[in-house]
Write a protein that binds this ligand. Structure first.
Ligand code: SMO
Length: 723
């Protein structure tokens, strides 16, 4: 049997996060907190114009500014290599990363020069003293992606249609991006605020032309990432290069304006589709077109949103589908994965089409979904389906919300002039493929050192990993020390993304605990010269029939180091799912939307720790609400109008509605823990439910509104104007 045998009840416990004591006391250690002696500071000069030719770049004045140690431009970058791009969609034409703009600027905000000075203020002042002229040409560079899923279908007779225009979004993290590089012998030690320390090391090795084992990447505490720190960025590489050139530590920390200008962005797709429906309410065909923006270069995961959207359609429904997708270069910042990464686009499309079909046929939205859901088992991989129960999710949602009464109440409220809507969404969240590693060691002090290749971005991985080890060994989680995010001391891994760390990294740790249990018994039997069958594991150590024989420290001393290394390959993908109902009103005078309540039945598979799962669902819901109602990146005439938090509207605590979470898990057969991902669910299902609620509130026949649903758009739609 794969993994340990569950026995101790730590899995499923609502344990508080062991990370929180240090984080809440301000004792977290983020990249910007680390300050080696002699650390220099780096600041970028960025293009104030969109794509165009550089007609002047004069660094003379900047070089002479106080404290300035170097000014780097593209001319200083000879010999640097290229970072990798994940070939998720074959046939694409890659637009590679430029560390600094060369003869041409590709986009507004692209870094053109880097100033390294003794203080951050000196570096920034000197960057402003560089003379830069760009002659705008306004032609995005070449490159792009094309893909197709399914096979062409015959023309549809009077299909229902949907057109979903997604705003570009910022994968906004509390901690901005940051990099600190320090020369270390013949190599480099690099602290990165990253989701993928090993990939960061590998990409830095390619760019700098150093062997990978000369680069040591450390991800200390990471204050959120959401896809924005999944790929190595030009700023990271320039910082590393500067440290190598100067032989001194160099640090760069983005400010908020830089994050809005030059961090990766998410969404921005235009998705159109038509769906054929027969008179019984059965959808008989889906034809969808996905147009995804890519920005001016492609980070490692650039293809993932388009690929995810395409491969997921038609979502939880059994409908023959033909999907065509294209990614096109634009003049903006790179567009990459952002929490959900293509899954929200797929879910919002299907949920809108379902409501259109229900309206056409006079069916209740809940009923039309029941007529079209796929029967479990669901897709989980080529040869192994995942678990799930879409009908069960809808049934539970109906009961938990008192759906029939809500519809009756909605009719009564409408009769007295209220503008109110109910919006349903059913979504799927496939949770990553590939492998992760785990190592577990009984240390001389009698503690268990758990290290994993899966890193963390603030989700509580230390807590979850300790619970997994505790469960597998039957010990107290307080005996388990968890280390991650350091390429010198933790094993190889892929990272904290794609809702994969528990399903894949957690499974590696679970198998390590299972193997460790056997090793401990064998080691104790040898040390005591007794039969293994006469021994058993207890929380304090190894017991015989008469009680404790060896505590952990004594066993470690007598048996020497006991260590297990596991590489877990996910044979299949776990597919989480959920059903959501959003209740929304619109103020007829101002168009202001008010979310009255969200009820959410989720299937995240086996729940390791309800507190962690609820935290992920709630945080995802906040970002889903932001996407639905307020967040958007706006460029106008080649300038960024949303370059600060005064202009880019993030949801605040007061924007959160009452959120009722109902857990209805079906353990996944795709991994030994039975878990599924949960990190991205809120961004996938919540916007779909909110859009449907708004459309339900608006007059019948209102064309699909673009996201986000601002008060102005809602007001115009209410008053019969073009939104
Ligand atoms: S959008 Mo996630 O960090 O795979």
């Amino acid at each position: 049997m794969d993994g340990a045998t569950r026995k101790s009840g730590w899995i499923g416990q609502r344990m508080t996060r062991r990370e929180d004591a240090r984080l809440l006391r301000g004792e977290g250690r983020f990249v910007d907190d680390i300050a080696p002696a002699g650390c220099l500071h780096l600041a970028f000069l960025r293009s104030p114009n969109r794509a165009g030719k550089i007609t002047e770049l004069d660094i003379t004045a900047a070089r002479a500014m106080p404290g300035v140690r170097a000014v780097l431009t593209a001319a200083d970058l000879a010999g640097t290599g290229q970072a990798g791009v994940n070939p998720l969609l074959p046939g694409g034409q890659v637009a590679a990363m430029e560390l600094l703009a060369g003869d041409r600027v590709q986009a507004l905000g692209q870094a053109v020069a880097a100033v390294i000075a003794e203080t951050r203020a000196q570096a920034r002042d000197a960057a402003e003293a560089i003379l830069l002229e760009v002659e705008e040409e306004g032609t995005p560079r070449d490159g792009g992606l094309m893909a197709e899923w399914g096979t062409p279908l015959p023309p549809f007779d009077e299909p229902v249609t949907a057109r979903i225009d997604h705003a570009l979004l910022a994968p906004f993290a509390l901690e901005p991006r940051a990099a600190l590089a320090e020369p270390d012998g013949a190599g480099l030690r690099v602290w990165l605020s990253t989701q993928t320390p090993q990939r960061g090391r590998d990409d830095l090795a390619l760019i700098l032309g150093l062997p990978g084992d000369r680069i040591h990447v450390i991800a200390p505490d990471v204050g959120g990432a959401f896809g924005g720190k999944a790929s190595l960025m030009p700023e990271d590489a320039v910082t590393a290069l500067a440290a190598l050139r100067l032989g001194q530590p160099v640090k760069w920390t983005a400010d908020r304006a830089e994050e809005f200008l030059a961090a990766t962005q998410g969404r921005g797709a235009l998705v159109t589709a038509e769906m054929a429906v027969d008179v019984t309410g059965r959808a008989t065909g889906l034809r969808a077109d996905l147009a995804f923006p890519l920005g001016h270069w492609m980070p490692y995961s650039a293809a993932a949103p388009l690929r995810n959207a395409g491969r997921i359609l038609p979502g939880p429904y059994a409908i023959p589908a033909h999907v065509r997708g294209a990614g096109r270069m634009t003049e903006g910042a790179a567009v990459n994965i952002y929490r959900g990464a293509g899954r929200p686009e797929a879910a919002i499309l299907m949920e809108r089409l379902m409501d259109r079909a229900a309206a056409r046929l006079g069916l209740d939205p809940l009923e039309i979904r029941r007529r079209n859901i796929a029967a479990a088992p669901l897709r989980g991989g080529p040869d192994r389906p995942c678990s799930g129960d879409y009908a069960g999710l809808l049934d539970r949602l109906e009961v938990e919300t008192g759906y029939a009464d809500l519809r009756a109440r909605q009719a009564a409220r409408r009769a007295v002039g209220e503008v109110c809507g109910l919006g349903l969404a059913l979504y799927t969240e496939p949770c990553g493929q590939g492998w992760e590693t785990a190592s577990l060691t009984l240390t001389p002090t009698g503690r268990f050192a758990a290290t994993t290749g899966a890193s963390a971005q603030g989700q509580g991985r230390e807590t979850a990993m300790a619970q997994i080890v505790a469960e597998g060994l039957g010990i107290d989680p307080a005996l388990v020390d968890v280390a991650q995010g350091d390429t010198a001391t933790t094993p190889e891994g892929i990272g904290a993304l794609a809702s994969r760390s528990t399903a894949i990294g957690g499974s590696a740790m679970w198998r390590a605990a299972g193997a460790m249990a056997n090793r401990l018994l064998a080691a104790a039997a040898r040390a005591l010269n007794v039969a293994e069958a006469d021994l058993r594991l207890a929380p304090e150590g190894i017991c015989g029939s008469g009680g404790l024989l060896l505590d952990w420290a004594t066993l470690a001393r007598r048996a020497g180091p006991v260590r297990v290394d596991i590489r877990h390959e996910a044979g299949a993908e776990a597919w989480a799912s959920g059903a959501i109902l959003a209740e929304l009103t619109i103020d007829p005078e101002t168009g202001t939307p008010q979310l009255e309540r969200i009820t959410w039945v989720d299937d995240a598979g086996t729940v390791l720790n309800p507190l962690l799962v609820e935290g992920q669902l709630t945080g995802g819901a906040a970002q889903g609400i932001g996407a639905a109602l307020m967040e958007r990146i706006v460029y106008q005439d080649g300038q960024l109008l949303t370059g600060s938090l005064m202009d880019y509207a993030l949801p605040r605590a007061a924007d959160m509605p009452p959120l009722r979470l109902v857990s209805q898990p079906t353990p996944s057969p795709a991994n030994p823990l039975g878990v599924k991902g949960v990190g991205e669910a809120g961004c996938i299902g919540i916007p779909a439910a909110i859009l449907n609620a708004a459309m339900d509130a608006l007059p019948p026949g209102t064309p699909d509104l673009s996201l986000p649903l601002t008060p102005e758009k809602l007001w115009r739609a209410l008053n019969g104007m073009t939104p």
